[in-house]
Ligand binder design. Structure first.
Ligand SMILES: [Zn+2]
Length: 314
């Protein structure tokens, strides 16, 4: 299977300061592991480009985008909350992270590769329309989804988010939209940041029923997680028949992650990739676009991403 990888060394220049979990070493650890496992040479490199500002404002308010640019220019500092530090390069790197997701989507739509993984940072799924949150500046996956609708005429886009944290930003952006299905599995919001993603949140207006939140109690391991996918997530995806499948791929549900409270093993990311690709093969011409979200134990992150990419290649 042909799989593309978006990576750019400029992603390393978004400096979050000493001791921050969302750090450049995450990508260094993954690249080292992919090299060691012989996967890097099997992946087609896709060049990241800065996202055009109008691709960003398709999701975020123009005032917010301006504010990100201004505050980064006067950085170091924080954007909206103390968990989201920024440096002078952060605005451009965030544009490049969103642009990487768009490039991954475009390359898959062109048929150059069937599946792609955009390995950018900062991550995106917590970013709201007008607010940075949880290490996220621009919502990369939402920007790619909207690009697929506007530039490629997609009428049914599914987003699956298996990060241990609820993808609040993504859910809220598409809350009232029926053409973008948002499915998230995450640690129960009573126990985990950001405190949203209850099962009664199912979408509103035209988007009623187009949001599915599956909450997992702390300590949930492989068997229960896979059962949730078998019983809830996969049937919902099958019924929606997406034309393209997007994945917010966070690896912080792995047992060793310092921020997550779930207990998945590395094998579950192999299993998930296989199951999600099967759905894409049946309905979406095999088109799968993944973007990196969380994962904060360097060794476990590198191992999980390598396992996930190996599964995408098979
Ligand atoms: Zn996360």
């Amino acid at each position: 299977m042909s799989v593309g990888l978006v990576y750019d060394e400029r992603y390393l220049t978004h400096d979050t300061g000493h001791g921050h979990p969302e750090r450049a070493d995450r990508l260094r650890a993954i690249m080292e592991k992919l090299t060691e496992d012989g996967l890097l040479e099997r992946l087609m490199r896709i060049e990241a480009k800065l996202a055009a500002v109008d691709a960003i404002t398709a999701i975020h308010s123009p005032e917010y985008v301006e504010r990100v640019a201004e505050q980064c220019a006067s950085a170091p500092g924080y954007l909206d909350s103390l968990d989201t530090p920024i440096c002078p390069a952060s605005y451009e790197v965030a544009l490049l992270s969103a642009g990487g997701a768009i490039a991954a989507a475009d390359t898959v739509m062109a048929g150059t590769v069937q599946r792609a993984f955009s390995m950018g940072r900062p991550p995106g799924h917590h970013a709201e329309r007008s607010q940075a949150m949880g290490f996220c500046l621009f919502n990369n996956i939402a920007i790619a989804a909207e690009h697929l609708v506007r530039a490629h005429g997609m009428e049914r886009v599914a987003i699956v988010d298996f990060d241990v944290h609820h993808g609040n930003g993504t859910q809220h952006v598409f809350d009232q939209r029926g053409d973008v299905l948002f499915v998230s599995t995450h640690e129960h919001p009573r126990f985990q940041f950001p405190g949203t993603g209850f099962e009664h949140e199912t979408g509103n207006g035209d988007g009623a029923g187009a949001t599915l939140n599956v909450t997992l109690l702390p300590g949930t391991g492989d068997a229960e997680a896979r059962e949730a996918y078998e019983k809830q997530v996969l049937p919902r995806l099958e019924a929606f028949e997406p034309q393209v499948l997007l994945i917010s791929a966070g690896f912080d549900a792995e047992a060793d992650d310092p921020l997550g409270g779930l207990a998945w093993t590395t094998d579950t990311f192999d299993w998930l990739a296989g199951k999600l690709c099967e759905v894409a093969d049946r309905h979406a011409g095999g088109r799968v676009v993944s973007t990196l979200e969380g994962g904060y134990n360097l060794a476990s992150l590198a191992r999980c991403v390598s396992t996930y990419l190996r599964a995408l290649l098979n």
